[in-house]
Design a protein around this ligand. Sequence first.
Ligand code: NAD
Length: 287
Amino acid sequence: MGRVDGKVVLITGIARGQGRAHAVRLAEEGADIVGVDLLEDVATNSYPMATQADLDETVRLVEKLDRRIVVRKADVRDRVGLREAVDACVAELGGRLDGVVAQAGICPLGTDDAQAFLDAVSVDFNGVVNAVDAALPHLVDGGSVVATGSVAGLLTGSTDNPATGFGGLGYSFAKRSVAAFINDLALVLAPRSIRANAVHPTNTNTAMLNSDVMYKQFRPDLEHPTREDALLTFPRMNALPVGFVEPEDIAAMVLFLLSDESRYVTGMQMRVDAGAYVKNRPQQPTF
Ligand SMILES: NC(=O)c1ccc[n+]([C@@H]2O[C@H](COP(=O)([O-])OP(=O)(O)OC[C@H]3O[C@@H](n4cnc5c(N)ncnc54)[C@H](O)[C@@H]3O)[C@@H](O)[C@H]2O)c1
């Protein structure tokens, strides 16, 4: 018996990275999967988004586990288009959802252009609200909403500093907003026994972290830092002696929040951050 046997879960940003890891882990524990991904680049975001080949690979991995998966190309910024895509996928898979993982994201660091701020907010915050909106009509009582924030959104000076430009500012703003939205959403959905929790990862080993803009963020002293250069400073952020965690570490938390093991857990900000928050948060006043 799997930990999410027979559940159907919607995942945004499913083609690669954490989205793929969530799909595979949930499928291993008995869930069927509905997913969307943009499959196009975002002009202000310097590293590329996922491709059709990435999405095909996610589908292959889930089907290899003998679970069902239905995917569509859709943009979480487009509320109407996302709804249509989710409606069609859910109808194909039996007509109901037990959970949603709203986690499609971009990180347009280093772009000193207000458009980068707006793009980060549209994808990383509006995209979460739109995913919840698309899921809710199908979500059973007792369902679970999970949204991915970032420890960067909880700490001053991480992505909201002069080096990261307007795009970084937008990322922090969006991720803080995800935390606040989930906090309040938990109250609104509680009468239907639907839970809402946020997951806040530290550096995670995906295309978002393994990008030139991120290397520059961690090695501002070098003009063109490589991954090897950044690996030397990634660990500074965390309390535990690691530079980053794996997508599967985040998927373990997502699985818990989608399972009935967490049936009374709601309104939580779940950090999977190797202690980054406790290491870097501002001191509480002692007077
Ligand atoms: N990687 C990290 O270090 C890190 C740390 C903290 C939080 N996060 C968050 O984790 C989540 C997952 O990111 P990841 O690390 O897997 O990165 P990733 O770039 O590998 O994956 C992001 C996925 O979202 C998709 N996507 C982007 N914009 C979209 C849109 N408008 N509509 C639909 N799909 C879209 C991309 O195509 C891609 O498949 C994001 O919300 C990110 O902000 C990542």
